[in-house]
Design a protein around this ligand. Structure first.
Ligand code: GTP
Ligand code: ZN
Length: 190
């Protein structure tokens, strides 16, 4: 099952009409097509299994914390279909040296971010995919993001940041390990 680009085009055409625009004027003539292509891109994650990127695994004797931080995230708020965007940070402790390529974490995030999303769900889905595929001792995912539905409309609180975290395994049971990860993530961000 793929994306119905023609249906998106028709819908965008109707929205333009409904807001009182003329969809046939020169500047708007290709807009329904452009928006359809854009949705195909930004919602592409609906048609993939992001966890599959973690099937690439290799072995390295390392049972210490690995942190990949400041990964750019762009997603679409499912309430208003406007972007929220920011940074993700991932910490994990491999079990028996089962590790993956560092870029794969960014690919997993992208797969879950390219959907109509909630920041909380995005954070949990990334953590759960890493737990399921790599079975690490633990994983911690932090996402900090600005929601355009809160800045350009509604309450209009520009610059407000939402922080979410998902904590699994040893990061849940061991407060020292958890605070070590949090301080490493916060220490150098921004
Ligand atoms: N928990 C959570 N809420 C979100 C997220 N993205 C947007 N929201 C919020 O979803 C809520 C939707 O509230 P509604 O009252 O149904 O919609 P609304 O009338 O447009 O709300 P306002 O934004 O307050 O004008 C808003 O408070 C948004 O700020 C998210 O990722 N997580
Ligand atoms: Zn919203």
């Amino acid at each position: 099952m793929g994306m119905d680009l023609e249906k998106i085009e028709q819908a965008v055409y109707m929205i333009l009409e409904a807001i009182g625009e003329d969809p046939e004027r020169e500047g708007l003539r290709d807009t329904p097509k452009r928006v359809a292509r854009m949705y195909d891109e930004v919602f592409h994650g609906l048609h993939e299994d992001p966890g599959q990127h973690l099937n690439v695994q290799f072995s390295e004797e390392h049972e210490e914390m690995v942190i990949v931080k400041d990964i750019p995230v762009y997603s679409m708020c499912e309430h208003h279909l406007v972007p929220f965007y920011g940074k993700a940070h991932i910490a994990y402790i491999p079990r028996k040296g089962k590790i993956t390529g560092l870029s794969k974490f960014a690919r997993v995030i992208e797969g879950f971010a390219r959907r109509p999303q909630l920041q909380e769900r995005l954070t949990s889905e990334v953590a759960d995919a890493i737990m399921n595929k790599l079975t690490p001792l633990g994983v911690l995912v932090v996402i900090e993001a600005e929601h355009m539905c809160m800045t350009m409309r509604g309450v209009k609180k520009a610059g407000s940041q939402t922080l979410t975290s998902a904590v699994r395994g040893i990061f849940k049971t061991n407060p020292i390990t958890r605070s070590e990860a949090f301080s490493l993530i916060q220490g150098h961000s921004r």
